[in-house]
Design a protein around this ligand. Structure first.
Ligand code: NAP
Length: 469
């Protein structure tokens, strides 16, 4: 039976790896998802057969409670709230590892009293790592949720938090070392103290990081939740959990590094007080003063006329496209332009929207052909040969200040060079700033026009106007 169970976990692990491989390109992503889902099904069945792990009654109760909560959450969550949901699920994953390891610790005490368990160094290290990383992930993720929701603002006490973090880390090192080296089964108070310390550490690690850096933090916490899971796997002696936890840990850290690169930041810079950390954005009056009398407003009718004569059009989607749910209208307009003989592409910035791959997911929903989705480095040289670049609810990812203004909170973040297009048409509801809270010089450039309104409505009006031409 044990061989069968381990074989099952191995098959599941191979399917997870094939799943991740499939998800590296949009074309194979659906198949990748199916591989991963089948892997998870096998892992669940194998865990159920592994009767030593837990009794069936608890499994059924767990599935019913977890399935109901998960189902309701998944049904209710708006596409724009996905990053918060991902962050919250990371936190819950970390919390689960913390509880599993803590329960195993208490159970091991009972077994040791009966002479059925002798703690080893491996066991002590796995228990303490699972508890500690799990606790940090739990509170860190919920602070990230608060920041993404805008309920927790950027802190101006960065230095204080950094000191607390250092103090916590030193105490932890000493406490965890003592736990592993001395008598781990009679250290209840120490373990409880370390858990509290790590819960505080999770809060203090994330609090000083600026809201604009949250995507990187969420992806790092995702990696932590994987590591905590892998450690819990060692505690339980469950190979399936060790493999999946390691996969999540490794892929989370790879995604973190890709995102840091996309924002031109180092991980240390993000975590320990980079320039974004202290930004609070500009006030409304400063924002209004920046644009006063300098924006050239246009209309859907004028946009239709401009597009009618265009040979090459690039759509630049951003967070506003998701808010407006304008992906289908975008595709419809693109179809009309193509029928008119124009070449159409979509410029994808790695951190456009509010989660990695946000724009790809939205545009895939509208069945935009994958080969028209062009990544930043490839599309940037093409803007100078583009007749019209239509910026749909994007702001920070097209802000030239990122490359020009060293004092800008987004300085160093690579952007889409839409300003090089012959004409730039910006579609957004007004002059509100984007996520980083700063004005955008693109909107007042000579070659820029703004059509104000909800992106979907403006696109629909443009489609009607094009039909009437
Ligand atoms: P953005 O800078 O946040 O700007 C979005 C713009 O959309 C706003 O200025 C808003 O202006 C407009 N908008 C909102 N609703 C709209 C609607 N219904 N119709 C038309 N426009 C609408 O977005 P972005 O350029 O995509 O940049 C993403 C930012 O989010 C970056 O700073 C990135 O670091 C950060 N971030 C990214 C992720 C990720 O993983 N992708 C996660 C979290 C944060 P109005 O209100 O004036 O319309």
């Amino acid at each position: 039976m044990e061989i069968l169970i381990n074989l099952g976990y191995l098959v599941a692990a191979v399917l997870f790896i094939l799943g991740i491989k499939g998800m590296t390109t949009p074309k194979t992503a659906v198949r990748g998802n199916q591989f991963s889902a089948s892997g998870m099904l096998i892992a669940v069945i194998v865990a159920l057969l592994d009767h030593n792990v837990v009794s069936y009654e608890y499994i059924i109760i767990g599935v019913l409670i977890g399935g109901t909560i998960g189902g309701i959450m998944a049904k209710k969550v708006a596409m724009t709230d996905m990053p918060e949901m991902v962050a919250a699920l990371n936190g819950i994953g970390g919390g689960a590892s913390l509880l599993v390891a803590a329960a195993n610790y208490l159970e091991s005490q009972k077994l040791a009293e009966m002479g059925k368990f002798v703690p080893t160094y491996d066991w002590s290290i796995a228990v303490i790592l699972s508890i500690l990383i799990g606790a940090v992930t739990l509170t860190g993720s919920f602070v990230a949720v608060g920041k993404l929701k805008g309920k927790i603002g950027d802190s101006n006490k960065v230095k204080l938090f950094k000191w607390i973090v250092k103090l916590c880390l030193l105490t932890l090192l000493a406490g965890a070392g003592y736990f592993a080296a001395v008598d781990p089964l009679h250290a209840d108070l120490l373990v409880a103290g370390l858990i509290v310390l790590c819960l505080v550490l999770g809060v203090c690690l994330v609090m000083p990081i600026g809201g604009a850096d949250m995507p990187v933090v969420v992806s790092l916490l995702n990696s932590y939740s994987g590591l905590a899971g892998a450690a819990a796997g060692f505690v339980l002696g469950n190979n399936g959990l060790i493999i999946t936890g390691s996969l999540v840990g490794a892929s989370g850290i790879i995604l973190t590094s890709i995102m840091c690169k996309a924002m031109n930041r180092s991980l240390t810079n993000v975590l320990f007080g980079g320039s974004m950390a202290a930004t609070a954005g500009v006030s409304k009056s400063e924002n209004d003063a920046f644009y006063e009398g300098k924006v050239k407003f246009s209309s859907a009718d004028e946009l239709a006329m401009l597009l009618d004569g265009a040979q090459k059009v690039v759509f630049v989607p951003g967070y506003g496209l998701a808010v407006a749910q304008a992906q289908h209208a975008t595709r419809e307009l693109a179809n009309m332009l193509e029928a008119n003989g124009a070449e159409v592409k979509y410029a994808i910035h790695p951190v456009a929207g509010r989660m990695p791959g946000h724009m790809n997911v939205l545009l895939a929903e509208a069945e935009v052909p994958y080969d028209q989705l062009v990544e930043m480095d490839t599309i940037n040289p093409e803007f100078s040969q583009t007749d019209v670049a239509i910026v749909l609810g994007a702001n920070d990812v097209v802000n030239p200040a990122a490359s020009k203004d060293p004092n800008s909170p987004i300085f160093g973040m690579p952007i889409l060079d839409v300003h090089n297009a012959r004409t730039v048409v910006v579609v957004k509801r007004g002059l509100s700033p984007g996520f980083a809270g700063i004005p955008n010089e693109l909107f007042i450039r000579d070659n820029s026009l703004m059509v104000s309104g909800d992106a979907k409505k403006v696109l629909q009006d443009t489609i009607s106007a094009l039909k009437d031409l």
